[in-house]
Design a protein around this ligand. Structure first.
Ligand SMILES: Cc1cc2nc3c(=O)[nH]c(=O)nc-3n(C[C@H](O)[C@H](O)[C@H](O)COP(=O)(O)OP(=O)(O)OC[C@H]3O[C@@H](n4cnc5c(N)ncnc54)[C@H](O)[C@@H]3O)c2cc1C
Length: 512
């Protein structure tokens, strides 16, 4: 927070972080002719965005129109209002009205192409699209990026194993980051500086005029003539901050790249007077825990059932992952929980787990009672739970938690026919030995509490006044979606919109 003095470098716009929001903001700035620097703490670009499936929840764009799915800004407005309530600070409206513009801006660039993919919205509320309204980037042949491809963070399975990309097209989050990087590079105005960790903000006359950062060659001070955009993830990787703000889960169970998102930019901004909000919140998910203690993001439970420490079910296992995560966080005996299944899935986990493992950590037993003993659960209770569940499966109705009654549940149902599954594809009997169980912990895709921002992504102080020159987007900011995860792609879609709006605001502001 030192006063300005000698600068090591100077840009119009300085962006901290290199996830989807950061790269969209950087591209928006560079394509307007602004000299733009992306500062990335690690040696690789993309953060958690690079691990993502890269569903982008931007409603009412020409991408949904091309797909002919009948989406509209109006229906998304209805949906968001139903979930989030009145738009008291205008950010819902800012999100909705800018979403089509962001998609159009990005697709104008020959490096960027998207297509709609089915993936239902997460809540049964008016305005919902049962088959979803998110879109994804098309795969990107690595040759198009040339040497830059190795800068993009590989998929989570390979990254955790210390491996680089396969010789295949970049897909999902890697395609999104790769395409944004390609477009940014083609502008000729963007510089990407890896191994550069933002540590502080430089303030002059109440305005943020630059940043302090650490690099392999020592500390640097970088001037930002128009503004600093903090889009450097949340603080999911920082156990101290998690404990201070009461975020359920743990850094070691989070899906963010190890050591990446530790909240330094949030601390740098609060040190210059920024206010925060939603600090106990995250985008949660169940995580299958492996022997190392790390978790795999798990969704789409196509079979099996989940029990707590008492051996009883506590939720519809097919709930969207953030909602299931919230159910897990709701009582102390639900973490760890246990995902119990049988041999029907032929030696595969009856769910999608990212990264997927070979099953080495599964507990296996010949009977449900034996399985309970191995897990340290009450055998009578688990046996009774499985029997009750199998009764529901035969009847096709989950009288306890209504699994299989929502389009989202059905989207992931395993519809394979193995003879005696019952009428509800989401309720598959657990009756074919051997029986298996894995430990489920409360994982997350990032915290979503952070700096308070307005409709333009401007960071606010405790009196709700914008701090001049300072902007935030993505998980560095408190999400406009509050305690809800409306649909697949909300984290990335909203990060992109508010980063784009931030740069629009910087462009309108006179150069100091
Ligand atoms: C397997 C998986 C699938 C997912 N699928 C989707 C999906 O389909 N759609 C969706 O919307 N969301 C998805 N998510 C969630 C989503 O990826 C994240 O919530 C979102 O990408 C976070 O974006 P971000 O820009 O805030 O942070 P990140 O993408 O994590 O980027 C933050 C970057 O900032 C860097 N950084 C941190 N501190 C500093 C500092 N001090 N200085 C400089 N750089 C710094 C980090 O190293 C990192 O590279 C998924 C997550 C996972 C794990």
């Amino acid at each position: 927070m030192a006063a300005s003095g000698l600068w090591d470098d100077e840009y119009d716009v300085v962006v901290a972080g290199s996830g989807a929001g950061a790269m969209t903001g950087a591209l928006a700035a560079a394509s307007r002719g602004l000299r733009t620097a992306v500062l990335e703490k690690t040696s690789l670009l993309g953060g958690t965005s690079s691990y993502a499936g890269a569903a982008v929840w931007l409603p009412g764009t020409r991408i949904q129109e091309r797909a002919g799915i009948g989406d509209s800004t109006e229906s998304a407005r209805t949906y968001l209002r139903a979930l989030l309530g009145e738009d008291t600070d205008g950010r819902q409206e800012a999100f909705l009205t800018t979403a089509p513009e962001v998609a159009e801006f990005l697709e104008r660039d020959p490096a960027i192409e998207f297509e709609w993919r089915p993936f239902p919205d997460y809540f049964a509320a008016p305005g919902r699209m049962d088959m979803g309204r998110s879109f994804v980037p098309l795969d990107l042949p690595a040759e198009r990026l040339g040497g830059l491809a190795s800068l993009v963070r590989p998929p989570v399975d390979r990254d955790r194993a210390g491996q680089g990309h396969r010789d295949a097209p970049l897909s999902q989050g890697r395609a999104l980051i790769g395409r944004l990087l390609l477009a940014l590079t083609n502008t000729g105005n963007g510089t990407v500086r890896t191994g550069t960790r933002l540590t502080g903000l430089v303030v002059e006359d109440g305005r943020v005029v630059g940043v302090e950062a650490e690099t392999g060659d020592g500390p640097v001070r970088i001037r930002a003539r128009r503004g600093v955009l903090l889009a450097a993830g949340g603080f999911e990787g920082n156990d101290e901050m998690r404990a201070e703000h009461g975020v359920p889960g743990a850094a070691g169970w989070s899906m963010a790249p190890s050591g990446a998102n530790t909240g330094d930019p949030i601390l740098a901004a609060t040190a210059v007077g920024a206010a925060t909000d939603l600090m106990d919140q995250a985008w949660w998910c169940p995580g299958v825990q492996d022997a190392s203690g790390a978790a795999s993001f798990t969704l789409g439970f196509g079979g099996g059932l989940v029990v707590d420490a008492s051996g009883r079910r506590f939720a519809n296992e097919s709930l969207p992952y953030d909602r299931m995560g919230r159910e897990m966080a709701a009582a102390p005996d639900r973490v760890p929980a246990y995902f119990v299944f049988d041999s029907r899935s032929g030696g595969r986990l009856p769910a999608i787990s990212v990264p997927g493992g070979p099953g080495a950590d599964w507990v296996q037993a010949g009977t449900v009672g034996e399985l309970a003993e191995k897990l340290g659960l009450p055998a009578d209770a688990l046996t009774a739970t499985v029997e009750r569940f199998n009764g529901f499966a035969r009847a096709g109705v989950d009288a306890d938690f209504h699994r299989g009654e929502d389009p989202y549940d059905l989207f992931f149902a395993d519809r394979s026919d193995d003879g005696d599954r019952g009428p509800n594809p989401c309720l598959v009997p657990v009756d074919r030995p051997p029986y298996y169980a894995v430990r489920l912990v409360l994982s997350d895709l990032g915290t979503k509490g952070g700096l308070r921002t307005d409709t333009e992504g401007r960071v606010l102080d405790a009196e709700s006044r914008p701090i001049e020159g300072l902007y935030a987007a993505g998980n560095t900011s408190a999400s406009f979606a509050g305690r809800f995860y409306p649909g697949p792609g909300t984290p990335i879609g909203s990060a992109m919109v508010f980063a784009y709006r931030a740069v629009g605001d910087m462009t309108e502001t006179d150069t100091p």
